[in-house]
Design a protein around this ligand. Structure first.
Ligand code: 5GP
Length: 120
């Protein structure tokens, strides 16, 4: 899947629409989800143009990959959930339920998060 730079996170990265920023470094940006599913719900994205974790691991540099995962754990620290526990999640493609085609890692916390998936 080719990267479409009209997606909402590309627009946030370009400063065309605002976000509630939590953390930023040279390679990554983190901001609060607009529709939180838990008391803490933060999205961590690479600044590079990657559709998904598949695209990212295939094309990103080792520095970008390390930066993203370090940003995720940094965000958990900033949010104050490191000791009590939290969850990270990345949706991929249609079956994964990915809505925005720019890689994003969800960081959830602030309450007991329950089972990983509901059975259906
Ligand atoms: P996905 O389903 O692709 O894994 O998750 C996309 C997430 O992006 C959803 O949780 C949704 O609430 C969030 N989202 C969509 N549009 C915006 C936006 O304009 N700003 C922010 N902060 N989050 C957004």
């Amino acid at each position: 899947m080719a990267y479409d730079d009209s997606n909402v996170f590309a627009r946030i990265l370009r400063g065309e629409i605002p976000c509630n920023k939590v953390y930023e470094d040279e390679h990554s940006l983190a901001f609060h989800d607009i529709n939180p599913q838990a008391p803490i719900h933060i999205l961590v994205i690479p600044k590079g143009q990657y559709v998904s974790i598949v695209d990212f691991t295939a094309k990103a540099t080792e520095i970008e990959i390390a930066a993203l995962f370090r940003a995720v754990t940094k965000v958990a620290e900033i949010a104050g959930v490191t000791d009590e526990g939290w969850r990270l999640l990345a949706n991929i493609g249609i079956n994964g339920g990915q809505e925005v085609p720019h890689l994003h890692i969800h960081v959830f916390g602030g309450r007991k998060l329950g089972p990983m998936l509901t059975r259906s």
